[in-house]
Ligand binder design. Structure first.
Ligand SMILES: Nc1nc2c(ncn2[C@@H]2O[C@H](COP(=O)(O)OP(=O)(O)OP(=O)(O)O)[C@@H](O)[C@H]2O)c(=O)[nH]1
Ligand SMILES: [Mg+2]
Length: 368
């Protein structure tokens, strides 16, 4: 076919294919969300509607892009890790980053009203930027996620302390900032407990640890894309949410401590007459979390349990048709995206639930 005389302009396009055999990490971040959250009257320091909406948008991205193996979100940002051998768009950076950002942003707006039910749509279009970073080995990938989760911990502890001083303590923002200047994590924990009856380690894990999206086994009859609604169960005052056990491994500014941290040890009892921030009808439990609790297959031992299920299937065959009727659950599993609020700092995650993420992949023939 004859080329038009204009076609030469294509030659100006550059090849932005990213290096092979390294991990591709895409991080998106809300532009000017300080203002966006104020304009939309986000609760301080954490707005459960905003967090659920971010999580929903991230799930849309993971549903669309199968090569994303892990995502982590906090505040107005989300990180997406692609499998090492991804050949999505021939690893072209602009195509990958723009697809993630565009899908995330459109989902954020598309599902807005499912979470912010009193506002049909945002008062102005939210903007997210995006970047891709290449990490050469598992070490950097693990440290990357540790960095983001440590950041979540530091920021959330600061914000929780700051807004307690301002909203409950009556300090001006300037005075609150001055009060917190030079304090470490232990000081803030102590201040929250002694002055505001708040046991920080008992606040919802979703706030303290951010949100982790994983690919695990889910019941086959669960609609892969039925992500919502989480709102009725997560709104303050809801009676329908169930309690979800919170992993109390503390993250400190220097990394993860296994087991309870000293401060939560010393303040592990909520003062008498004071109810724990996580009540049985906790307003902070999402539908997905309920599903995880209700269905043993996507609990924190999701991977192990699905292996157990295969084991059961074999036994099932030996035990005859009667047993078959009683153990159908494991047969109704499929891979799906699940959300949790767990520690991803430290080896425990990467050798446990996260083991599939960095597992060696089968070698594929590279395109010439
Ligand atoms: N009140 C409230 N604010 C939030 C919440 N989540 C995010 N934010 C706001 O969003 C900001 C995100 O931080 P940044 O990304 O550093 O700030 P930004 O204004 O988005 O600035 P750029 O990313 O540089 O454009 C926070 O500082 C908060 O002001 C929330 O749940 N509640
Ligand atoms: Mg931002």
């Amino acid at each position: 076919m004859a080329k038009s005389k204009y076609e030469y302009v294509k030659e100006f396009e550059t090849d932005d294919r990213m290096l092979r055999n390294v991990y591709v990490l895409v991080r998106i971040d809300g532009k000017g969300f300080h203002k966006f959250s104020q304009t939309h009257d986000f609760a301080k320091p954490n707005d459960v509607r905003g967090i659920n909406l971010m999580n929903h948008a991230a799930r849309c991205v993971m549903h669309e892009l199968d090569d994303i193996v892990l995502a982590f979100g906090e505040s107005d940002e989300y990180s997406f890790l692609f499998r090492k051998s991804t050949d999505l768009y021939q690893r072209r950076e602009a195509k990958i980053v723009s697809t993630v950002v565009s899908l995330f942003t459109s989902a954020y707006v598309y599902y807005w009203n499912d979470y912010f039910t009193d506002l049909k749509r945002p008062l102005y279009p939210p903007v997210f930027d995006g970047r891709a970073v290449l990490y050469p080995s598992e070490v950097e990938v693990k440290d990357y996620f540790a960095w983001r989760q440590a950041d979540t911990h530091i920021n959330n502890l600061f914000n929780t302390s700051f807004w307690a001083l301002v909203e409950e303590g009556g300090l001006t923002p300037k005075a609150a900032e001055a009060r917190l200047c030079g304090t470490d994590s232990k000081d803030k924990n102590e201040m929250l407990f002694t002055e505001f009856n708040t046991n920080y380690s008992k606040l919802p894990a979703m706030y303290r640890k951010g949100s982790v999206l994983l690919r695990e086994q889910i019941p086959k009859d669960a609609d892969k894309d039925a992500i919502i609604p989480t709102l009725p169960e997560t709104l303050p005052g809801s009676k329908s949410a169930k309690v979800v056990p919170v992993l109390d491994t503390a993250i400190t500014e220097s990394g993860l401590q296994s087991g309870p941290d000293p401060i939560s040890e010393s303040v592990s009892e909520v003062p008498s007459g004071q109810s724990s921030p996580i009540a049985v009808d906790s307003p902070f439990v999402s539908q997905e979390m309920i599903m995880q609790e209700g269905s043993s297959t996507i609990s924190s031992e999701g991977k192990k349990r699905s292996i157990d299920a295969n084991e059961a299937e074999r036994q099932d065959g030996e035990e005859g048709p009667a047993a078959k009727k009683e153990a159908p659950a494991f047969k109704r599993m499929k891979k799906g995206v699940v959300i949790d609020h767990i520690d991803i700092i430290g080896e425990k995650f990467w050798t446990g639930r996260g083991a599939y993420i960095l597992a060696p992949e089968k070698k594929k023939k590279l395109r010439p």
